[in-house]
Design a protein around this ligand. Structure first.
Ligand code: ADP
Ligand code: MG
Length: 579
C-alpha cells in the first residue's frame, strides 16, 4: 500500500517549534555524552605517566567539568524525554479525535459490516502502535546516529586496527538484531490482535448477558471466552521466546566483542601498540557503538509497525461515507412533509436480492399512514430510505418535491423523527435521554414533552424523578416506558415527519390506550408513518398500505380493505379475530 508521507508529517505541523527544540536538545545531549570517555582517557593517561601531582590537580577541574557537562546533558535529555513523549501523546490524541470524528460520519452500511469491539480496539490499541512511532521519531535517530558516528571516529583515531576488529562484529549484531526484532514485533502485533478478539468477545457476551442467561448458555460463553483467552496466552508465549532469544543473543555478541577487545587490546599493550588508558577508553566507547545498533534496529522494526499502524488508520480515514451531502445541497428550514417514492428499487448489497422493487407511492403532508405486512417484507427498510440511512439503488424519493439526495443531510434528518422498534437509550438520566432530541431544550420543555408522551407519571413515580439513571441501554425500564421516552425524545425534536416502528410484542402489560394516546400526540400536525402491528394504531390511520415481498399490494382505509377481502382482510382476521 502506498504510504501517505505528506499526511503523515502533517501531524507534526502544530508542534513544529517545540519539535525543533527537542531535536536540538537531542543533538546537544548526545554530543556531550561523547565527551565523557575522552575526559576519562585524559585523566588516566596523566596518572599512568606517573606525573601524580599534576594529575591530581587535573582530576579536580576535570571532575568539575564533567559535573557541568552532566548537568547540561541531563537537562537536555530530560527535555527530550519529557517533551518528546508529550508531543507524541498530543499527536496520538489528534489522530484519535480525527478517527472518532470520522467514524461518526460513516454510514449504516459500514456499521452493518464491522464489529463494535474491533472498532473500539482500532481507536485504542492501533493508535498506540502509531504513537510509538511519533514518540521515538527523529529525535532518537539523531541521538543514536550521533553517538555511533562520534564513537566510531574517536576510536579510529585511538587505534584503527582494534576498531576494525570490533566493526567486523557489528553486521552480525545488526542482522541478528533485525531478525529477532522483526519476529518480536510480529509477535507483539499478534498479541494486540488477540487482545482485540478478547475485547470483542467480552463486548458481545456482556452486551447480550440477558440473552445468555435466559438460554442458560453461560458455559458456552465461558468456553468461547477461554478459547480466545488461550490463543492470547499462546501468542504471548511465542513473543516471550523470541524476546529471550533476542536479549540473550545480543548479550552473547556483546560479550564476544568485549572479549575480543580485551584479548587483542592486552596483546597490543604487550607489544607497546596501545596503553592501558586507551584500552579503558576503548571499552567505554564500545557501548556507545553497540547501543545504537540495538536501538536503531529495534526502531527500524518499530518504524515498520508504526507505518502499518498509520496505514490501518488511513484505511478508515480514507473510507468515504456512502451517504454525503452534495456540494450544492439545499438547506431548508422546514419541510411540509410530503413524501413520494418514484419507481424505487433497493437492495442492501450488490449480490443480494432486491428488498424493494419498482415501488411508487405518494404520501401527503400531515397524512397518517399505517404500514402493515408480514415480517421481512421490507417495512423497516422502506422507512430507513426516507432519511437516507441508505440510498436507493434505483428510482428516487422526493420530499416536498425535492430529491432527498439534493437536500442537505442535516436539514433532512432534522425534519424526520424516528421511534425505532428496538428503542436505543444512552446510559444517563431520563432528563438527558429526552433532551437528546434537542440539546438546547429547557427542563420545562423536556417535562412538557414527557407529559405529551404519557411518560411524566411513571417518571415522577421513580425515586429520583427526571434525574433517575436508566441503566445501560435503559435496562431499568420496561419496553413500553422506553418507547414512551423515545416518543418524548422525538416530540422535543419536533420534526415534520414521524416514523414509528411499533414494537411487535405486546407491551408488557401496558394498555394499548397509553401507546395510542402518545402516538396521537406525536402524529398531530405531522406526516406520520406507523409500521403497525396493533389494531388501535391501524384503525386510526387515514390510509393503510399493505406491503409484502411483492411490493405494495393494497392500500385504502380499514373498511375499504376489509370489503375488498384481499391480503389485509386475511391478515386482519388471522391477527385480530380474538381482539
Ligand atoms: P420488515 O421490517 O418488514 O420486517 P426489513 O425491512 O427489516 O423487513 O427487512 C427486509 C429484508 O431485508 C429482509 O429480508 C432482511 O433480511 C433484509 N435486511 C434488513 N436489514 C438488512 C441489512 N442491514 N443488510 C442486509 N439485509 C438486510
Ligand atoms: Mg421491521
Amino acid at each position: 500500500m502506498h504510504f501517505p508521507v505528506k499526511k503523515f508529517f502533517s501531524y507534526y505541523k502544530p508542534y513544529l517549534k517545540l519539535y525543533v527544540s527537542i531535536l536540538a536538545c537531542a543533538l546537544i545531549g548526545s554530543s556531550l555524552t561523547l565527551v565523557f570517555p575522552l575526559l576519562v582517557r585524559y585523566i588516566t593517561k596523566d596518572v599512568l605517566v606517573g606525573n601524580l601531582s599534576t594529575a591530581l590537580n587535573k582530576v579536580f577541574w576535570i571532575g568539575g567539568l564533567m559535573l557541568i557537562l552532566a548537568i547540561i546533558q541531563n537537562t537536555a535529555n530530560f527535555f527530550v524525554d519529557y517533551k518528546g513523549h508529550e508531543v507524541g501523546a498530543r499527536m496520538e490524541r489528534d489522530l484519535r479525535s480525527e478517527l472518532f470524528a470520522h467514524m461518526q460520519k460513516l454510514s449504516f452500511r459500514f456499521y452493518d459490516k464491522e464489529r463494535t469491539g474491533q472498532l473500539m480496539s482500532r481507536i485504542t490499541n492501533d493508535l498506540l502502535l502509531l504513537s510509538e512511532l511519533y514518540h521515538h521519531g527523529p529525535e532518537d535517530y539523531i541521538k543514536y546516529l550521533v553517538r555511533f558516528i562520534g564513537a566510531f571516529v574517536i576510536l579510529i583515531f585511538i587505534n584503527p586496527l582494534l576498531t576494525i576488529a570490533v566493526f567486523c562484529f557489528l553486521p552480525v549484531l545488526g542482522v541478528f538484531s533485525l531478525y529477532f526484532n522483526k519476529r518480536l514485533n510480529k509477535g507483539l502485533r499478534r498479541n494486540k490482535e488477540r487482545i482485540a478478539d478478547i475485547n470483542a468477545q467480552v463486548e458481545d457476551s456482556l452486551s447480550g448477558i440477558r440473552v445468555v442467561k435466559s438460554f442458560t448458555n453461560e458455559q458456552e460463553e465461558i468456553r468461547k471466552f477461554n478459547r480466545e483467552n488461550n490463543r492470547f496466552l499462546h501468542s504471548r508465549k511465542d513473543t516471550y521466546r523470541s524476546e529471550a532469544y533476542y536479549f540473550n543473543g545480543v548479550e552473547t555478541v556483546i560479550q564476544l566483542i568485549t572479549i575480543t577487545v580485551i584479548v587483542l587490546g592486552s596483546a597490543s599493550i604487550v607489544n607497546h601498540n596501545l596503553d592501558l588508558a586507551d584500552l579503558i577508553t576503548f571499552l567505554l566507547y564500545i557501548g556507545y557503538m553497540i547501543e545504537p545498533i540495538q536501538k536503531l534496529t529495534h526502531m527500524s522494526t518499530q518504524f515498520q509497525e508504526g507505518i502499518t499502524g498509520f496505514q490501518r488508520f488511513m484505511e478508515i480515514m480514507n473510507l468515504k461515507p456512502d451517504i454525503e451531502n452534495k456540494p450544492n445541497a439545499m438547506f431548508l428550514d422546514k419541510l411540509s412533509g410530503e413524501i413520494e417514492f418514484r419507481n424505487v428499487c433497493f437492495r442492501y448489497e450488490e449480490h443480494l436480492n432486491d428488498v424493494l422493487q419498482n415501488m411508487s407511492i405518494h404520501i401527503y403532508p400531515g397524512e397518517y399512514i399505517a404500514l402493515v405486512g408480514p415480517s421481512g417484507a421490507g417495512k423497516t427498510t422502506f422507512c430507513s430510505l426516507i432519511p437516507r440511512f441508505y440510498d436507493v439503488t434505483d428510482g428516487e424519493i422526493l420530499l416536498d418535491g425535492m430529491n432527498v439526495r439534493d437536500i442537505d443531510l442535516q436539514t433532512l434528518r432534522k425534519n424526520i423523527g424516528i421511534v425505532q422498534q428496538d428503542v436505543y437509550l444512552f446510559s444517563g438520566s431520563i432528563l438527558e435521554n429526552i433532551r437528546y432530541g434537542n440539546p438546547s431544550a429547557s427542563d420545562n420543555e423536556v417535562i412538557e414533552a414527557a407529559k405529551h408522551a404519557n411518560a411524566h407519571e411513571f417518571i415522577m413515580s421513580m425515586p429520583n424523578g427526571y434525574h433517575s439513571e436508566i441503566g445501560q441501554r435503559g435496562v431499568k425500564l420496561s419496553g413500553g416506558q422506553k418507547q414512551r421516552l423515545s416518543i418524548a425524545r422525538v416530540l422535543l425534536k419536533n420534526p415534520q415527519i414521524v416514523i414509528f416502528d411499533e414494537a411487535t410484542s405486546a407491551l408488557d402489560n401496558e394498555s394499548e390506550s397509553i401507546v395510542k394516546e402518545s402516538l396521537e400526540a406525536l402524529s398531530k400536525g405531522r406526516t406520520t408513518i406507523v409500521i403497525a402491528h396493533r389494531l388501535s394504531t391501524i384503525r386510526n390511520a387515514q390510509r393503510i398500505i399493505v406491503l409484502t415481498k411483492k411490493g405494495i399490494v393494497e392500500q385504502g382505509t380499514h373498511d375499504e380493505l376489509l370489503i375488498k377481502g384481499g391480503v389485509y382482510a386475511r391478515l386482519y382476521s388471522k391477527q385480530f379475530e380474538l381482539v
